[in-house]
Each structure stands twice: as structure tokens, then as C-alpha cells.
Ligand binder design. Structure first.
Ligand SMILES: *Cc1c(COP(=O)(O)O)cnc(C)c1O
Length: 384
């Protein structure tokens, strides 16, 4: 499959890299369900496929698209975003020291601080927006990985990928970036110096809240990547072919969905910044955001579809506002075409850095006026 780089990523992804099925001429790729493949008479596998656990043709097509979107040497798709992230940590060795953000996706943070340490990783939480503190936390010869999430859940702080890549490489460590919320359209972590980029493909890549999937993409075909491939193969974490097909179908419209969600989020962030019931809006696109100038440099074409609002009425008002929405869907997850609202502190529980007055908003592609009016009435009701 050729994809000359004269075409934009939007063009290439819309056509799923120009796929035409050689057997039938179909423009839509077939779903390869086979788990096993015929051997040649001399017992070779010249088709390149042996068995379904390491590899699958539909999965390879999804991976080729993600590699193109991230400007990567290769990509892997896995059964979930969590399995993608955990595959990276499992490719390290016992005793390795890793720096991970204090503000990050809650389930991964929990796995790191509760389970990864039992496997022998030395996990240290740092504020990745503070480069001086981050540099001081490096243990020369021992720190093997820095993990970033930018913008980060659910506070939407932004970390400097290029500066942190330099810090990591100087120390002989790798940099991996959870770029789920930035999406490949708004930030290109590998071009900024990161070694690995991770996505919960459940979110924007698929975009329709009907697939659980994860993705990794690498800048280099090195020993670390080979170890990650082994983790996926041996743990059986490959994405199923039906899900890979749905992911390919979803990704075709990724650029349009991301533009719409980012524009909607920006508009809502501005409107709620001047709202009597709202104490603070957390969104990297606002000039008042602490890392706005970094976000402006690092993100292109928008600041993403995720924002949070903190209500003046505190936790009770936040819970009540979420209870009173009619259009927004009260649900976890993000990055779908439908807008979601969530009181994060209720699920993150004790030890969460998430303030109790915070509502996390995942902006979909509905009319921004409809979204504003619905949330405006819900916040007004919460004040009573
Ligand atoms: C959802 C999410 C994950 C986990 O992905 P799953 O597909 O749910 O396993 C990781 N990181 C971020 C930023 C997420 O939003």
C-alpha cells in the first residue's frame, strides 16, 4: 500500500490509506477472522501470516493508519488503552525507575502505584509541568522511562514534550506520551522527540463509543519496541479483527470530529468563563490557562474537546448540575460524537487530585448552542 507524502493526513485517513482489496476490488477492507493460515509445502509461511495471536491483516491495516497519523516507524493496536500503556511498562525490567505524572488517567495511576511496584518497578509521581522538579527527580542510570499525559485528565495541564524528551534522552531514558486527548491531529509527540506515543483508541481514534482499543506507535524499531511486541504477543493482547475494522471505519472521520469537538470546547470554555455559577474553567485554549503559551506552541489546529468546569456551589452543586442535564450524557469515557459529563471525584475516590467541585466535559459534535443551553440550565438549577 503506497501513501506518497504529497497527500495530507486528512486525505490519507479518509481513504484508509487508499485501500483496494486485490481479490475483489472492494474499497472497504475485508475483516480477516482466520486464526490460522496455510503453510507452504516446504512449511514456510510466505504470506507473512502464521497465527492470529501475533498478527492479523485487519489489525495491520489499522496499525498502518495509526503509524501514518503519528509519523511513526511502526504501530501496534491492543485490546484497550490500559493494555497498551501496561505493555510499555511491562517491557521495562524489575528495578527500573519510572517518572509518571501526578495528574493522569486514574486507572493507570492506580495500576502503577499499586501493581507495577509489586512487579519491581520503582514508580515516582512528579509534576511534569515543572521541568526543574522533573530534572531533579531523574536518577542517573536508573530512570528508564518518563511517562507523560498531555493535556492530562481531568485538570488539562499541559506538559512540554520537546523539553522533557531532551531531559529523558540526556539521562538515557525513554519518553512515552499518552496522547489520547490531544489526538494525532493536534499534537505530534514523536516529531517533538518522544519515543513512544500511546492512545486509548476507545476515545477519539474510534470516536463512536463502540470499541475498546489501545494503540502504541514508535519512533524507532529498537530493542524496546521488540520487547513491547513480545508483551502483546505473549499476553495475547492483540485487538480483535472486528474491533480493528470498526477502528479503521471510525478513524476515517477523525480529522473532522477533532476539529468540531475542539471548536465546541473552545466556545463552551469561553462562555462558561463568564458564567455566574462557574468558579473556574480548565481548558488549555484559554489565555488564563497556566500553560496556555506552551499549548499554543505544542498543539496545532485546536486545544482538544476536553475541558472541566469548577462550580461556585462546590461539590453539591456539581453533583446536582450533572443530575439535571438533559442533552449531555452523564457517563464516563470521552472522545465520542456525543457529549459526556462526569463528576470525576465520585469515581476517583480518596487520594485523587481531582477537586470535588469539578465536572469533566467531553464535547462531542452536537450544536454548541444546544450544549450550552442544556448545561446552563443544569448549573442554574444546581444553585437553588
Ligand atoms: C480512557 C483512557 C485510557 C485507558 O484506555 P481504555 O481504552 O479505557 O483502556 C488511558 N488514558 C487516557 C487519557 C484515557 O482517556
Amino acid at each position: 500500500m503506497t501513501h506518497p507524502n504529497i497527500f495530507s493526513r486528512q486525505t490519507l485517513v479518509a481513504q484508509a490509506l487508499g485501500h483496494v482489496d486485490p481479490a475483489t476490488g472492494a474499497l472497504v477492507p475485508p475483516i480477516h477472522l482466520a486464526t490460522t493460515y496455510i503453510r507452504d509445502t516446504d512449511n514456510q509461511y510466505r504470506s507473512g501470516y502464521i497465527y492470529g495471536r501475533p498478527d492479523n491483516a485487519t489489525v495491520r491495516e489499522a496499525e498502518a493508519i495509526i503509524a501514518m497519523l503519528e509519523g511513526a516507524a511502526a504501530a501496534l493496536v491492543l485490546g484497550s488503552g490500559m493494555s497498551a500503556a501496561i505493555a510499555v511498562f511491562m517491557a521495562l525490567r524489575p528495578g527500573d525507575h519510572v517518572l509518571v505524572p501526578t495528574v493522569m488517567y486514574w486507572s493507570l495511576r492506580n495500576w502503577l502505584i499499586n501493581d507495577a511496584v509489586e512487579w519491581g518497578l520503582k514508580v515516582e509521581l512528579v509534576d511534569t509541568t515543572d521541568l526543574t522538579g522533573l530534572r531533579a527527580a531523574i536518577r542517573p542510570g536508573e530512570t528508564k522511562l518518563i511517562w507523560l499525559e498531555t493535556p492530562s485528565n481531568p485538570m488539562w495541564t499541559v506538559s512540554d514534550i520537546a523539553a522533557i524528551a531532551a531531559i529523558a534522552h540526556e539521562a538515557g531514558a525513554k519518553l512515552a506520551v499518552d496522547s489520547t486527548c490531544a489526538t494525532p491531529m493536534l499534537t505530534q509527540p514523536l516529531a517533538l522527540g518522544a519515543d513512544i506515543v500511546m492512545h486509548s483508541a476507545t476515545k477519539y481514534l474510534n470516536g463512536h463509543s463502540d470499541v475498546i482499543a489501545g494503540a502504541l506507535a514508535t519512533a524507532h524499531l529498537d530493542e524496546f519496541w521488540t520487547r513491547i511486541e513480545r508483551v502483546r504477543r505473549n499476553f495475547g493482547q492483540i485487538l480483535g479483527p472486528l474491533e480493528a475494522y470498526l477502528l479503521i471505519r471510525g478513524m476515517r472521520t477523525l480529522p473532522l470530529r477533532v476539529v468540531a469537538a475542539s471548536a465546541g470546547a473552545m466556545e463552551l470554555a469561553l462562555r462558561f468563563s463568564n458564567h455566574a455559577g462557574v468558579a473556574e474553567v480548565l481548558y488549555p485554549g484559554l489565555p488564563t490557562h497556566p500553560q496556555h503559551s506552551l499549548a499554543k506552541r505544542q498543539m496545532h489546529g485546536g486545544y482538544g474537546g476536553m475541558l472541566s468546569i469548577r462550580l461556585r456551589g462546590g461539590e453539591a452543586a456539581a453533583v446536582k448540575a450533572a443530575a439535571n442535564v438533559r442533552l449531555w450524557k452523564r457517563a464516563t469515557s470521552l472522545g465520542g460524537v456525543e457529549s459526556l459529563i462526569e463528576h470525576r471525584a465520585s469515581i476517583e475516590g480518596a487520594g485523587s487530585p481531582c477537586p470535588p467541585d469539578l465536572l469533566r466535559l467531553s464535547v462531542g459534535i452536537e450544536s454548541v448552542d444546544d450544549l450550552y443551553c442544556d448545561l446552563d440550565q443544569a448549573v442554574a438549577l444546581a444553585k437553588q
